[in-house]
Design a protein around this ligand. Sequence first.
Ligand SMILES: NC(=O)c1ccc[n+]([C@@H]2O[C@H](COP(=O)([O-])OP(=O)(O)OC[C@H]3O[C@@H](n4cnc5c(N)ncnc54)[C@H](OP(=O)(O)O)[C@@H]3O)[C@@H](O)[C@H]2O)c1
Length: 307
Amino acid sequence: MKAVFIERHGGPEELQYGDLPDPVAKAGEVLVDVHAASVNGADWKVRAGQSYPQTNFPYVLGRDFSGVVSATGAGVGDLAVGDEVFGVCDVGQEGAYAEKIAIKAAIVAHKPTSISHADAAAVALAGLTALVAVEDTLRLKPGETILIQGGAGGVASIAIQLAKHIGARVITTASAPNHDYARALGADAVLDYNAQDFSKVLSGLDAVFDTVGGDGIQRSFAVLKPGGRAAFIASGAHAPKPNRVDVEALRPQVGRDRPHLERLAGLVVRGAVRVPEITRFALADAAAAHRVSQSRHLRGKLVLLVR
Ligand SMILES: NC(=O)c1ccc[n+]([C@@H]2O[C@H](COP(=O)([O-])OP(=O)(O)OC[C@H]3O[C@@H](n4cnc5c(N)ncnc54)[C@H](OP(=O)(O)O)[C@@H]3O)[C@@H](O)[C@H]2O)c1
């Protein structure tokens, strides 16, 4: 099969496109013919050896995908050859930048028929992360006000819509060219982080969801009301320590399971969440997609078209 992989950790040009042996579905797994895979913020960090350093090469990147089941392993009774599915690789597993992937059947879900494979790949990990952060971790409630940092990014594109669907008021941050996009997603207010410091104009918020990290972390704590909570996904494996004692810092634990993907699919089918803006690349052009991802100023999602 054709795949995009790294041979070793090193420089920025290390993505390879070539042939690798087909994977095989083991017991409890399905083999999926991948139609589309998405590029996530973590991918270039893994490629560069900055995150989840690997030792076994060639190493195929890619955490989420959409495709068609082409074989089932022993004991798989709830999915069949020909089913359209989407999913997110198990924690510690990757391999979606390829024509085929073997994955536990229990962590993939049926792709909604109303959306394309590119759409389904785009919402898989970003949507799962938004759901776990906003619903399970922050437990956002109707009438609350949340600041979502990085409103034009993949996870935030979905988190803004989810927060509005819950009935919260949403403030987000984005560069000026992305303000119309963030408003179209439902944001009630958009702050230009290049022109103003959000911590100087916001206070008393119920929640913050930070998808950016860096020097905004402590300022995120500053805008919370006493008892407010903040969730972080771009600041490492643990929540950063707040510089005040009356707020809560949370690190969403984004597990993999079918029920969360089905909840996400339901939200998309009902129109509560629409698919973020997508920029498409051929699988062979994954290196170009990585350059965009690494720039950290993309809008929505980057998707690799595999077949
Ligand atoms: N399971 C997990 O824990 C998990 C899952 C998914 C992602 N993540 C992490 O979450 C982070 C976000 O991922 P993503 O895929 O949603 O991001 P992304 O799609 O890579 O987007 C980055 C976005 O951040 C915005 N941005 C950059 N600097 C900003 C700033 N100072 N203030 C406000 N916005 C800023 C950019 O918008 P502008 O062009 O407008 O600046 C861009 O739209 C990454 O670090 C990723 O590794 C974690």
